[in-house]
Ligand binder design. Structure first.
Ligand code: DAH
Length: 342
């Protein structure tokens, strides 16, 4: 019996060294330690030994079992290490190589400018409201005091659709109607940002899609000096402290009086330079006191309420602030342009 056990250990040891794969290892385990394995069979025969040999044989058999088990675990670990090592050399994985840098995106320059505008008006208590990009002629024009065939329509080249009366909005001003109808009869102030569309000949100065931000305030005691105060605060927040603001009489059908707003050129401090075409002033937006008919169309009685409105193009503002020479850069997705505003 003892002899058999010694023989078993030796044989097991050499077969184990020969085992290279996990299948071979498993085969070995079943052959020696499994329920029908060689060792189990030997142990089962212990009972047939003469009584005085049994204790010694039992002790040795147990030792053998433990030996085989620890040989087995050691071999498993050895093979695992071997596999790892060949993987490492063959795959030529250099764990010292620095990682590849993640490409980080950045906000679009229009988005950044929009957010600046939101923040400035936010500090003045203006909420943000959204209104539709697909409009009807009635809201985009007629409710804003621009009847069909009115010559002022020439200010907005319009994208029409196959559906009668359905157009893409040419400005954010129809948002004024939605805002008034939403808040009536409360006094309110909101900005209305969003995309606008015009059937333009695309050039360095005009695009067919661009953003606008409309601002509107309606209440019982709103005057033109409120408008001027908001404009001055806006211009100074956006373009630098003590910027001068100038209101130039103008015409829009939905405001009366209407004014175009210029800020003192921040490149030449109003001295005159190529950017301001030697005028010392940069035109940034249109504004005015809401026309009584437009107030009425929004539900507000013009005998009791007044209001101001203004509309600006964030791309125009970004062009001025960053010295961008061509509006087409904004939306043709050239990363070399967009990444400059990271
Ligand atoms: N909607 C005008 C445009 O797109 C801009 C504008 C002018 C908006 C005067 C206003 C305003 O609210 O009062 O050309």
């Amino acid at each position: 019996m003892l002899e058999k056990l010694t023989q078993l250990v030796n044989q097991a040891r050499s077969e184990l060294t020969a085992a290279q794969t996990s299948e071979q290892l498993e085969g070995w385990r079943l052959a020696y330690l499994g329920k029908k394995g060689a060792l189990t069979l030997l142990l089962r025969n212990l009972g047939s030994l003469p009584a005085d040999q049994r204790p010694e044989a039992g002790r040795v058999a147990n030792e053998v079992k433990m030996t085989l088990e620890s040989l087995y675990t050691a071999r498993v670990e050895e093979l695992r290490q071997g596999v790892l090592e060949t993987e490492l050399t063959r795959g030529a994985l250099d764990v010292h190589l620095p990682g590849r840098p993640q490409q980080l995106g950045n906000l679009h320059i229009s988005t950044q400018t929009l957010r600046e505008i939101y923040a400035i008006f936010g500090r003045l208590g203006f909420d943000i409201l959204r209104s539709p990009e697909v409009e009807d002629d009635y809201t985009n024009f007629q409710l804003l005091n621009i009847p069909q065939h009115h010559p002022a329509r020439d200010m907005w080249s319009t994208f029409y659709t196959d559906l009668p009366g359905v157009i893409l909005r040419t400005h954010t001003s129809p948002g004024q109607i939605y805002a008034m109808r939403k808040y009536y009869p409360q006094p309110f102030r909101v900005i209305l940002p969003g995309k606008c569309y015009r059937y333009e000949q695309v050039s360095s100065r005009s695009e067919q899609m661009f953003y606008q931000v409309e601002a509107i305030a309606v209440g019982e005691n709103i005057t033109m000096s409120d408008l001027k105060g908001v404009l001055t605060y806006f211009a100074r927040s956006m373009f630098g402290a003590d910027r001068k603001v100038r209101l130039r009489p103008s015409y829009f059908p939905f405001t009366e009086p209407s004014a175009e707003v210029d800020i003192e050129c921040f490149l030449c401090q109003g001295q005159g330079c190529p950017m301001c075409k030697h005028s010392g002033w940069l035109e940034i937006l249109g504004s005015g006191m809401i026309h009584p008919q437009v107030l009425r169309n929004g539900g507000y009685d013009p005998d009791r309420y007044t209001g101001f409105a203004l509309g600006m193009g964030p791309e125009r503002i970004a062009i001025l602030k960053h010295g961008i020479t061509d509006i087409r850069y904004f939306f043709n997705n050239d990363m070399r342009f967009l990444q400059q505003f990271a």
